[in-house]
Design a protein around this ligand. Structure first.
Ligand code: PHE
Length: 464
């Protein structure tokens, strides 16, 4: 019944005047939803593995610069466009710039959303499977070989991979069917405090281990000789993925922002809180890894092989490991809600569908798109295009091409098409009086971020 009520409210919101589009109901709700989108496997899976493979603290600092110079300005730009259009990205950009092609930002976003969801849901599927494995004691061994074999078997089983992906899709679409307020806002508000609590708990436990200082030094004492162009690129890519930029997710959430919401303030808070979660994940993982003499360079295996080995050696490690995977799953929910909302709101806005129909159609699309990613380590392990399995290809296409390109177009749109006055108006500055902050952001968006993004794009396209 609730579903029906909120679904019809959303239909009204999307088909009538822009003012009646659903919005987040409180400042806290806005922060929760936006932060919920930013926080995800990016913090718990990508951040530690990239930090581990790219030299620790030096990578962290590079990533900080990328976030400040590119991430934050693009995030503010994307949200401000969203709040101005108060529609799905395609419909809104068409209205804002008739007879021009800026709507491709929205179209590309839908493609990105499907591609990211396809591999993201698969990784969340592994996380769910690992919750079960950890809870039933299957991961209670300190042998990386045994754990490696377990992981290989898990991702190499086609039926299991598909089924876990469907479980994830079912959960996410179940939540999103409740709509913007009762689905997205209510869920993220409840889950985020649990997430912070769990992370702090595991972090404290990890810090109490003998030799924890080495892990902290790895994370916080930089060795700048480690900063190579490749490291800078990885940091820029992560900054983008982390803040959910360049695919219309933040634009869509911006369209639910209240008019009195301070966009730069909100974006900055979200950026800082997201960073805090990444740092907490680092503090939870690296001291433990060093304490037990493991290598921090394990990459993606860090979460699924190294970490279980580390936890197996700690008192109460099994409970903590279960908690850690639960936490990863919780973090992923808000991120997936924002990804899936992009095609859903677009279908509602462009075809006039109700939320339920749009959700079902998107779900069918995701089952189809997701299957190749799910089968990438089994049936389709040899079905490679450009030397990449579908899973890797989806990841590569989005992080190295579509997201930076989307971000670049957003910078060019605001910096060169919209101009300072419109941007200032979108941020709620008084007419004709752009604030100093707005001006500084505008300079970043017009010159600095696009140049950096072009560098990312060019390098991302050159095969390593
Ligand atoms: N920011 C999310 C994370 O860190 C991923 C994401 C990317 C979400 C793009 C939405 C859009 O996991």
């Amino acid at each position: 019944m609730t579903t029906r009520t909120s679904a019809s409210a959303d239909v009204r919101a999307s088909t009538t005047a822009p003012e009646s589009r659903a919005t987040f109901t409180s400042h806290l709700g806005v922060i929760a939803a936006t932060l919920g989108s930013a926080i995800g496997l990016g913090n718990i899976w990508k951040f530690p593995s990239l930090t581990g493979t790219n030299g620790g603290a030096a990578f962290l600092i590079t990533y900080l610069f990328a976030t400040l110079l590119v991430g934050l300005p693009v995030m503010i730009a994307e949200i401000s466009i969203g709040r101005t259009i108060r529609a799905d990205p395609i419909t809104g950009l068409r209205r804002l710039a008739p007879r021009q092609v800026w709507w491709v930002i929205g179209a590309m976003g839908i493609v990105s959303s499907f591609l990211i969801m396809a591999f993201y849901t698969e990784v969340v599927g592994w996380v769910l499977a690992f919750i079960v494995a950890a809870a039933t004691g299957q991961l209670q061994t300190t042998s990386p070989e045994t754990l490696g074999a377990h992981f290989a078997q898990q991702i190499g089983d086609p039926a299991q991979s598909i089924l876990w992906q469907w479980v994830v899709l079912a959960i996410v679409s179940g939540i999103i069917a409740f709509g913007v307020t009762k689905g997205i806002e209510a869920t993220t508000k409840r889950l985020l405090p649990i997430l912070f609590g769990l992370l702090v708990l595991i972090g404290i436990r990890s810090l109490m281990l003998p030799g924890a200082g080495q892990g902290l030094a790895f994370l916080f004492v930089p060795d700048f000789s480690k900063v190579t162009p490749a490291v800078i690129l990885a940091a820029l890519g992560l900054a983008f993925f982390k803040l959910s930029l360049g695919m219309g997710a933040m634009m869509t959430y911006g369209s639910y922002f209240r008019n009195d919401q301070n966009i730069p303030g909100t974006a900055t808070r979200v950026m800082l809180a997201d960073l805090l979660v990444s740092l907490l994940a680092g503090v939870a993982i690296f001291p433990a890894v060093f304490s037990f003499g493991f290598e921090p360079q394990a990459g993606p295996a860090l979460l699924f092989i190294t970490l279980p080995a580390v936890f197996a050696a700690i008192p109460f490690g099994q409970v903590l490991l279960v908690l850690f995977f639960v936490l990863a799953a919780i973090a992923a929910v808000g991120a997936m809600l924002s990804m899936i909302e992009v095609p859903i709101t677009s279908l509602m806005g462009m075809l006039g569908w109700d939320r339920r129909r749009a959700t079902v159609a998107t779900l069918v699309g995701l089952v189809l798109f997701g299957a190749p990613a799910a089968l990438s380590n089994s049936v389709l392990a040899n079905a490679k295009l450009f030397g990449k399995t579908p899973f890797d290809l989806y990841d590569f296409l989005t992080s190295n091409l579509l997201l930076p390109l989307g971000g670049l177009l957003i910078c060019v749109f605001v910096g060169w098409f919209w101009g300072l006055d419109q941007f200032a108006a979108a941020l709620g500055n008084p007419p004709g009086q752009p604030s100093a902050l707005t001006k500084a952001l505008f300079v970043l968006l017009r010159f600095v971020s696009p140049i950096l993004l072009v560098i990312v794009l060019i390098n991302g396209l050159i095969p390593a």
